[in-house]
Write a protein that binds this ligand. Sequence first.
Ligand code: FDA
Length: 303
Amino acid sequence: MANLTRDFFIALSNSEFLNENARKWGFRLGAEKFVAGTDIYAAAKKVRELNQHGITVTLDNLGEFVYDREEAIEAKNQILNVIEQIHELELDSHISVKLTQIGLDIDKDFCLENMRDIVAKANENHIFVNIDMEKFVHYQPTLDLLKELRKEYKNVGTVLQTYLYRTEEDLKELKDVRLRIVKGAYKESEDVAYQTKEEIDANFIKVVKERLQGEAFTSIATHDHHIINQVKKYVEENNINKDKFEFQMLYGFRTEMQYALAEEGYRFCTYIPFGNDWFGYFMRRLAERPQNMNLVLKDTFYT
Ligand code: FDA
């Protein structure tokens, strides 16, 4: 049953029709609990609140399913504006970008050019750029683009998903790159990905431990307290410097735990999505945690 519910919401997240229409609806279904507004100014308020509690942020100007060059350039310009605003408003924030938003499905070289502009501008402003990892079909192209970008810039990194069998191997190749480790949010086949929570969690712990033995910075992105507790224990027992890693969670999830971890002295970063393109992101969050459906029902029937 849990798998069926997950598959249902992932299928909705993949619907171009619904994503397209949701852009016109404005926020619905309780999405504002997880998406911090439709523009950078609304998001900046949330960034400030978190910064005041010693929490840093990664901002995601939401967007996916872009198959048109003009739209991809518009998305790139919006991201350049986000970088400018981070600098001008002196926000403690880096940015997260999805390559499909800036043309990966149109043409790889075109996407690379857009990404170069983004990383160059971020570099001028000492801002890190994280490339979110999307579906497996985009996995290798994402690593290829990252490799190209890193020939010129060091302020760019990506995400590894521990549901993929090949993560452990890619870890070696990316040992000098700042990485975010996640379980993985998409539906992937058993040809490429572990299917059970036990296997995915075990791989998560294995990958994180390996990263913490290396030098590069790691973002440990999970809401799973079992994993967080295991990491804390490992760090303590192995005398690992707390500056080598941070915990990350999504905006609107386990907010009290986010503050508590920061208060305990761990580096903490909240992923804040904003913008009109909220539908796919929101459906993936429902896929992970159907309990969030309560919010949808409340929003639909009680308002
Ligand atoms: P999971 O959903 O497996 O939950 C495990 C357990 O934790 C639950 O059984 C429950 O006990 C507890 N729990 C979880 N959420 C809770 C809540 N809200 N309240 C109470 N208890 C809760 N994916 C991807 O493919 N590419 C990407 O680039 C990213 N980026 C990303 C950034 C950040 C900051 C995060 C946190 C996540 C991502 N993800 C992602 C999504 C990620 O792959 C994954 O789908 C989700 O984080 C869900 O898995 P969790 O590890 O959080 O716990």
